[in-house]
Write a protein that binds this ligand. Structure first.
Ligand code: MRU
Length: 370
């Protein structure tokens, strides 16, 4: 993504050292900071502590984590066992986004067990690069398919601005380039459609306020930050034409796990006849699970993320307590929106209804391998 004249991605491999560099998303938008990762342990910390976040990016980071783990295993005799252990640890750094397990499994399959350590390291690096580039291309295609949906609304509205509501950050920061939910927005703006985005702040970590607002601002996309609870009101007043969100894991039956609060937006959208779209690459489908509510693991994060709000004061990052010092808090990080509330999925292969049959129609090779 072009940011202030520079081409940026949230992750890249440094040619000279072979180490990984990431944008530290905890510090955005107030500070732009790049962190170097040179061990699988550093990758696990970066994923767990959310230096990097967002399902496709967690997948790519996990893939490079496996490459770093392979690079560390120099003893041929124990290579496979050591790599296996690292893969298990990387896989479990965060539980909800299925892209992480998907990427680690793909890395292990591609590294294989034949050949020397250096051949395996080579295969690991090439596969991590491939995953990253494929996910980038998938997001570009999500943009192309989603653009058609925005164009249809633009025709109905005859030139007045299209208001799109999004939750959390499913932009390029979460996905390498284009984003998932933002890809149709960027594509629409590029094709000259007048788009305006309602950006949910997305408590408790404020990915909407900190990251989506930053991304859209840098891309020159008109947007307005709103409190998480404002979406329903805006929909009741005809001020939202469509909702587009991303997802961290979607069952092959169409249930969607996404950032906490997504379900309430879907309910409000249904009550107000607003189309509710979920944009995702194939890697975010879970081909094993059939009941999202019962089966998708929901990450419980530190309650202090709810009790404290970080921000900038007098040019310095600070954090303030927003509740009585002894009030307990709970912090489920995701919720599940049932398939029946989803108007359609926007994938790299096209748009489909949230039914097992329609999803299988787009991904027949996956549906056959459950
Ligand atoms: O906890 P995060 O920031 O990793 O969660 C990310 C999300 O839930 C995003 O909304 C997103 O839609 C999934 S990634 C494109």
């Amino acid at each position: 993504m072009n940011v202030d004249g520079k081409n940026l991605r949230p992750i890249w491999l440094e040619e000279g050292t072979g180490n990984i560099k990431i944008i530290d998303q905890r510090k955005l938008p107030h500070e732009f900071s790049v962190v170097e990762l040179d061990t699988p342990e550093a990758v696990i910390t970066a994923i767990r502590e959310m230096y990097v976040r967002g399902a496709p990016l967690i997948g790519a980071t996990g893939a490079y984590g496996v490459y770093l783990a392979a690079r560390k295993c120099m003893d041929e005799r124990v290579f496979d066992d050591v790599l296996d252990r690292s893969c298990r640890d990387i896989r479990s750094a965060r539980p909800t986004a299925v892209n992480l397990a998907w990427a680690v499994d793909r890395m292990q399959a591609s590294i294989g067990i034949t050949g020397t350590a250096s051949e395996k390291i080579d295969r690991a690096r090439r596969e991590a690069d491939r995953i990253t580039e494929e996910e980038t291309e998938n997001c570009r295609r999500i943009g192309e398919h989603g653009l058609k949906l925005v164009e249809a609304i633009a025709r109905e509205k005859r030139g007045s601005a299209i208001n799109i509501l999004t939750h959390c950050n499913a932009g390029w920061l979460a996905c390498i380039e284009y984003g998932t939910a933002t890809a149709p927005i960027y594509a629409a703006a590029k094709s000259g459609i007048d788009v305006h985005v309602w950006v949910d702040e997305t408590r408790p970590l404020n990915q909407g306020a900190r990251l989506t607002a930053w991304e859209l601002g840098k891309a020159g996309i008109p947007h307005t930050l709103i409190a998480d609870n404002a979406g329903g009101h805006l929909m009741q007043h005809g001020m939202v034409d469509m909702v587009i969100v991303g997802t961290d894991r979607t069952t092959h039956t169409g249930d969607v796990a996404n950032k906490i609060g997504t379900y309430l937006k879907a309910l409000a959208a249904r009550d107000n006849g607003v189309p509710f779209y979920v944009a995702l690459p194939g890697s975010t489908f879970d081909w094993q699970l059939t009941d999202g509510l019962a089966q998708i693991p929901i990450e419980e994060r530190d309650p202090d993320e709810v009790r404290y709000v970080p921000g900038l004061k007098d040019g310095k990052m600070t954090s303030v307590c927003i509740c009585p010092a002894d009030s307990p808090a709970a912090n489920p990080a995701f919720d599940v929106t049932p398939a029946r509330l989803v108007t359609a999925f926007i994938t790299e292969r096209g748009v489909c209804e949230a039914t097992p049959e329609a999803i299988a129609g787009l991904f027949p090779e996956k549906a056959g391998h459950r």
